[in-house]
Design a protein around this ligand. Structure first.
Ligand code: 6GU
Length: 257
């Protein structure tokens, strides 16, 4: 998977070198390319923002540097796809451009799974006052664009949101997570219940014991305990995630997400 990021703060994305995602980069499973938007601002001061048309507080990102930078990414994707199809490989579908925005569709595990199927994602990180609307209009007219939000709160820009999405998506790319079973057992996968609590050694720590069932070696009993814990935890903190048949409501269609 190729991932391009457009930002005025490339340093944020140094974090992608760490841990699993860094390994995936080095293994060539995920090809992350970070672009400094300012390098595409061609005036003396490398200006990327200006006052809002019609007045109001804050600044709006100017369309021209976005146009130059995104055109460059789309052109390079098209020429790499042409080379790849010359080499008799599958041609790349159009990249999907994602603009992190509190005004977007809310990101979740289902969206992460969908996006992990893409071969090329472009993250356009704006500051929260926003990017000139014509940038969205231009690239929506020419290809696929999505506005995606992390949830109902405000960040200063799209960088931290992009990193979160890249991590959630990247770990679903085959080969990135060593044991694929660990992807299945997690919260929000399969049945949509939260995870059970985990313990390790020592069996007693500060007079706090590992639940005896986990030390008893009865795998049926362990599985039953874990399921009960997942249901109770979900009921307590995220009742909205409980499947209908566990909600004490009339039985109906099973909704896992
Ligand atoms: Cl994706 N961007 C910004 N700037 N703020 C957010 C967000 C995204 N999601 C929640 N708040």
């Amino acid at each position: 998977m190729r991932i391009d990021v457009v930002t005025i703060f490339p340093g944020y994305f140094d974090a992608l070198e760490l841990s699993l995602l860094g390994k995936a980069k080095h293994k060539g499973l995920i090809d992350v390319r970070v672009h400094d938007l300012r390098e595409h601002a061609h005036d003396k001061h490398r200006t990327v923002d200006d006052t809002p048309a019609g007045g109001g507080a804050g600044m709006v990102m100017k369309p021209e540097p976005w146009g130059v930078c995104l055109d460059g990414i789309l052109d390079s994707a098209a020429s790499e796809a042409a080379e790849a199809s010359d080499a008799a490989q599958v041609p790349d579908p159009d990249p999907l451009i994602i603009f992190p925005s509190p005004a977007g569709d809310v990101f979740n595990q289902r969206m992460a799974r969908e996006l992990a199927e893409e071969s090329h994602l472009v993250f356009g990180c704006g500051r929260y006052e926003g990017i000139d609307q014509r940038v969205f209009d231009e690239y929506s007219a020419r290809g696929r664009v999505r506005l995606v939000s992390l949830g109902d709160y405000v960040l200063n820009g799209g960088e931290v949101a992009s990193i979160a999405m890249i991590e959630a998506i990247g770990r679903l790319v085959p080969g990135v997570v060593g044991n694929p079973q660990s992807l299945v057992e997690e919260s929000h996968e399969e049945d949509g219940l939260l995870e059970y609590p985990s313990y390790t050694k020592p069996a007693s720590w500060r007079d706090r014991e590992v639940p005896p069932v986990l030390l008893g070696g009865n795998h049926k009993a362990i599985e039953a305990w874990r399921t009960e814990q997942r249901i109770e935890r979900t009921r307590r903190v995220r009742p909205d995630l409980l499947p209908r048949e566990l909600r004490g409501e009339p039985r109906g269609r099973h909704v896992a997400e």
